[in-house]
Design a protein around this ligand. Structure first.
Ligand code: CO8
Length: 257
């Protein structure tokens, strides 16, 4: 039987999805991206799961789009297939998604990590958008997300040379949330996920949406969104529980209602 492309493990309210194409450094073929996004969409409606970790293996989170697969496709086939549709769906995923990155996160792999809400990275992780060296360019947000994090000067250099950059630089520029020793990456991602999973899901979902508004819209539009989102929290039982627990001097327990 063929190995599964995704290995899944659930620990309480956390789901860990592991990309599993080790022989090709977790290269992202069309099927693995489809499966990943489909599974995330199912998890979106699973009330037991409140936070997702996406990871690879020790050597590679993902070394990019599958070059062997891409090299067989014509422009026409690419356009018809529209491989970025699942990526658009991924960007609408409303639960928190943490990338746990060890090893290489290159090309589509770097874009996948940047598409997650947070990145916990090994000190030895290597990031980059080397597509230019293949006569192509990033297609799943690399030019946009990298530039937002790194600014114009460094992005030009990285995207036009295809040079890699270190996890340390990614951390300093705000692309990586936590930089940890190689062997502690998954443990640290789980620690963060467990903490988030205890939070009220409506607040988590609305804060996620509000943060992306902050990145994408003018200030006043983002502020307007935030205000309405704030009011929405008051429609939840978790809000009553949170406020009550404070006055009763105890820890809140958020049931997700
Ligand atoms: N696609 C297909 N196969 C790959 C890929 C890849 N991206 N990366 C590595 N492999 C394969 C190798 O061909 C090799 O296979 P084999 O053993 O059969 O020869 C195996 O994985 C191991 O790789 P290496 O022997 O090269 O291992 P090294 O440790 O020497 O090097 C590197 C590791 C540095 C990661 C190197 O493999 C490399 O440079 N890989 C390519 C990185 C790259 O250029 N990525 C960009 C790809 S293009 C892209 O991402 C555009 C995507 C746009 C949309 C997103 C769609 C998902």
């Amino acid at each position: 039987m063929a190995e599964p492309l995704l290995i899944e493990q659930t620990e309480g309210a956390i789901c860990i999805l592991q990309l599993n194409r080790p022989k090709v450094m977790n290269a992202l073929n069309l099927e693995i991206v489809d499966q990943l996004v489909h599974r995330l969409e199912q998890l979106q409606y699973d009330d037991q799961i409140r936070c997702i970790i996406l990871t690879g293996n020790e050597k590679a989170f993902a070394a990019g789009g599958d070059i062997a697969e891409m090299s067989k496709m014509t422009l026409m086939e690419m356009k018809k297939k529209n491989q970025f549709l699942p990526w658009d769906r991924l960007h609408r995923f409303s639960k928190p998604l943490i990338a746990a990155v060890q090893g290489f996160a290159l090309g589509g792999g770097c874009e996948l990590a940047m598409s997650c809400d947070m990145i916990v990275a090994s000190e030895r992780a290597v990031f980059g958008q080397p597509e230019i060296n293949l006569g192509i360019m990033p297609g799943a947000g690399g030019t946009q997300r990298l530039t937002k994090a790194f600014g114009k000067a460094r992005s030009f250099e990285l995207l036009l040379t295809g040079d890699t950059f270190s996890a340390e630089e990614a951390f300093e520029r705000g692309l990586v949330t936590k930089l940890v020793p190689h062997e502690l990456v998954l443990e640290e991602a789980k620690r963060l996920a467990r903490q988030i999973a205890k939070q009220p899901p409506m607040s988590v979902m609305l804060i996620k949406e509000a943060i992306y508004k902050a990145l994408d819209t003018p200030l006043q539009q983002g502020m307007d969104f935030e205000r309405n989102a704030f009011y929405m929290c008051f429609g939840t039982e978790d809000c009553s529980e949170g406020l009550k627990a404070f006055t009763e001097k105890r820890k809140p327990y958020f049931e997700g209602r």
